[in-house]
Design a protein around this ligand. Structure first.
Ligand code: PGA
Length: 246
């Protein structure tokens, strides 16, 4: 049985004090569940303080650079994240790919570096509206994963969390129907089976993301290949975040 993983993505919202209060309030209301990983991917400036108050909630980073150290102004290294106890790092979010022009090779380097450091990449993939309307979703997503997982061993790939996020469903209120999400995620699992083998593919956790809310999460997670959700907007409000994980 695969675990489930629900991660809120705060993007560039909140400030440190507000973030800390949010985590304290949620921690007071939840109990740990060994079959469910819950997390919040927070802006980097908050990570250190949030890890101090988090118990059941895994505090995740939204990005990192792949080099250990060096002259990379504005970047955050994996050793910096490790030292404060971060285990999960979101990589290749569509906003990083589109706005900050991160390409597949850079994303591949980040995934490799995280796995070598024993951290878990939450590797995002997904298609634009144009690709979706042209019926090229599967081809596009498989191509992203082939490139982003290039050179990664079977042993390492089992640790990767994949987040399938159709870009046309992010922050738009348009959710891919549970059936669309299931079909693409099943195709991702089949693709992993062809890149590695079926047993490996069966172990990988694959999330859906894009306008997930407390009202629709249950139906999305009831799909056989969907193991969790990456949630933006609905993770910003305490009651709504609690609703997602309840
Ligand atoms: P959304 O964002 O839930 O607000 O659509 C999802 C994401 O970008 O991870």
């Amino acid at each position: 049985m695969r675990k489930q993983i629900i991660v809120g993505n705060w993007k560039m919202f909140k400030t440190n004090k507000i973030g800390v209060r949010f985590i304290e309030n949620i921690e007071a209301k939840i109990k740990g569940n060994p079959n469910l990983i819950v997390g919040i991917a927070a802006p980097s400036i908050m990570l250190s303080d949030l890890t101090k108050v988090a118990k059941n909630i895994k505090i995740a980073a939204q990005n990192c650079y792949f080099k250990e150290e060096g002259a990379y102004t504005g970047e955050i290294s994996i050793p910096m994240l490790k030292e404060i106890g971060i285990e999960y790092v979101v990589i290749g979010h569509s906003e990083r790919r589109d706005i900050f022009k991160e390409d597949d090779e850079l994303i591949n380097n980040k995934v490799k570096a995280l796995l070598e450091a024993n951290l878990v990449p939450i590797l995002c993939c997904g298609e634009s509206l144009e690709i979706y309307e042209n019926g090229k979703t599967m081809e596009h997503v498989k191509n992203q994963l082939t490139k982003n997982l290039n050179g990664i061993s079977a042993n390492h790939v089992k640790k990767v969390v994949i987040a399938y996020e159709p870009i046309w469903a992010i922050g738009t209120g348009k959710v891919a129907t549970p059936q669309i999400a299931q079909d693409v995620i099943k195709a991702i699992r089949d693709h992993l089976a062809s890149m590695y083998d079926q047993n490996i593919a069966n172990e990988v956790l694959i999330q859906y993301g894009g306008s997930v809310k407390p009202e629709n999460i249950k139906e999305i997670l009831s799909q056989p290949d969907i193991d969790g959700a990456l949630v933006g907007g609905a993770s910003l409000i305490e009651d709504s975040y609690l609703g997602l994980i309840e």
